[in-house]
Structure formats: C-alpha cells, structure tokens
Write a protein that binds this ligand. Structure first.
Ligand SMILES: Nc1ncnc2c1ncn2[C@@H]1O[C@H](COP(=O)(O)OP(=O)(O)O)[C@@H](O)[C@H]1O
Ligand SMILES: [Mg+2]
Length: 222
C-alpha cells in the first residue's frame, strides 16, 4: 500500500492553506492597527486567529500523511540514527535494541516521530535519563522513549496529543510535535501512546505493525 501526494492533491492543499493564512494576516494587520473605535475587538480577532491556526495545522497534517511512502524500514537502524543525531549534539541518550525489526514505513516520517520523542524527553524531561528501546512485541514493533523527568499528570496524558497543547512549558515549541507524531503513527496502521505518573518520568510507545516472517531477533545495547 502506498499513499502518495500527487500533484492534484498538492494543488488542492496549497489552495486550502491560502484562505486561513490570508485570514491570519488580516487579523494580525487589524490587531496591529485597529480601526478607530474598534480597539475592543481584540478577543474576537484572537478567536479568528486561533481558528485560522487550527485550519493550517489540519492541512499541514494532511500533507504529512498524504505524502507517506511505504518501504521496508529497519527500525533498529532508524532508532540508532535518531539517537546518534542527538548524541552528536552532546545529548546523553541510552539505547537498547533488538536487531532486524522490519516495518512497512516511511523512513523520513518515522525518523521524524522518533526524533521528536527523543527531543521531547530531553527538553520536557529536564536533565533526566533518556532511554530508547526498540523490540518486537508479538505482531508489533515497539519503540519506547522514556525519561525519568517530572512526568505528565494522568488527566493530561491523552490531551498532550491534541494540536497546540503545551503544559505550561516556557521552552520554545509549537505544541504540534505529538499531534503530528500520532497522526504519522496512525497513518502507518500503528499507534502512539504515553504512560506517566507525576514525578516518575514519562514513556512514549510508538507501536507499528511488524513485517512478519522475520528471523529471530537478538538483543544488543550500547
Ligand atoms: N517527555 C515528556 N515529559 C513531560 N512532558 C512532556 C513530554 N513530552 C511532551 N510533554 C508535554 O506535552 C506537550 C506537547 O508536546 P509537543 O506536541 O511535542 O509540543 P512541544 O514540544 O512543541 O511543546 C509539551 O509541551 C509538554 O508539556
Ligand atoms: Mg515537542
């Protein structure tokens, strides 16, 4: 199965994105210089800007998903690459891998998901220990990114996957990473879920359907 972003679909998406972007620009211009007597229009403008942002977010996710191209992907190699990219920037990330974990996936998008989870663990988990594990779990390949940071309140565990949601963090970010990551996981027939308890760190599990008939896997770590 291959989902490609063909030229027609791309043209539609480009067209669709113009309208909320134009709305956003108009809102910003009006807010910067409100017409006489309309200085109290700010809350309405902010609502308009928010709904334009939501529309753009939805379209961006559509593009990310519609452009997915599936090929056999070795998740142990992909996780190694993702971890290596953070290690060269000085991050301390532990990794525990089984060999030969094949999925049908888009290597660029899946790398984006794993990279995002590691970046979140490093940024939102404070200076906690970050570990990435990849293993076969029955018919699925699980990639688990865990940290020992401050964790996430139980009642927010699903909410953090909504676009734009950030739990009072002051670091730069858009609040879109997890929404996009979950959309990409689901577009692969997989899932992305979080487990956490306040003060006990967080663990995010990306589960993808395995390509079956793989030889037995052996554990290794570095
Ligand atoms: N490992 C983590 N530990 C604690 N909180 C997290 C973790 N990962 C994500 N979060 C929370 O979920 C929110 C949404 O994450 P995300 O969608 O990646 O957006 P961003 O990283 O741009 O804030 C974060 O702002 C943070 O509040
Ligand atoms: Mg993020």
């Amino acid at each position: 199965m291959t989902a490609r972003l063909d030229k027609d679909r791309l043209a539609v998406l480009v067209h669709e994105v113009r309208s909320p972007v134009a709305a956003l620009a108009a809102v910003a211009e009006t807010a910067a210089a409100p017409p006489d007597g309309e200085s109290d229009a700010l809350p309405a403008l902010v609502r308009l800007a928010l709904s334009a942002c939501r529309a753009i977010e939805r379209i961006v996710m559509d593009v990310a998903i519609a452009s997915i191209r599936l090929e056999p992907v070795d998740m142990s190699a992909l996780v190694s690459d993702a971890v290596a990219a953070h290690r060269v920037q000085g991050a301390d990330v532990a990794v525990v891998l089984q060999e030969g974990l094949l999925v049908d996936g888009d290597p660029v998008r899946l790398l984006q998901v794993v990279d995002n989870l590691i970046a979140n663990a490093l940024v939102h988990g404070g200076s906690s220990e970050v570990t990435v594990r990849a293993s076969r779990n029955e018919d699925a390949i699980d990639v688990v990114v865990s940290d020992t940071g401050s964790g996430i309140p139980t009642d927010q565990l699903d909410h953090i996957f909504d676009a734009g949601v950030r739990l009072g963090v002051v670091t730069p970010g858009s609040g879109l990473g997890l929404a996009l990551a979950r959309a990409i996981a689901e577009a692969h027939g997989g899932s992305l879920a979080a487990r956490s308890a306040p003060g006990q760190g967080a663990a995010f599990t990306l589960a993808l359907p395995a390509i079956l008939d793989q030889p037995d896997t052996a554990a290794s770590s570095s």
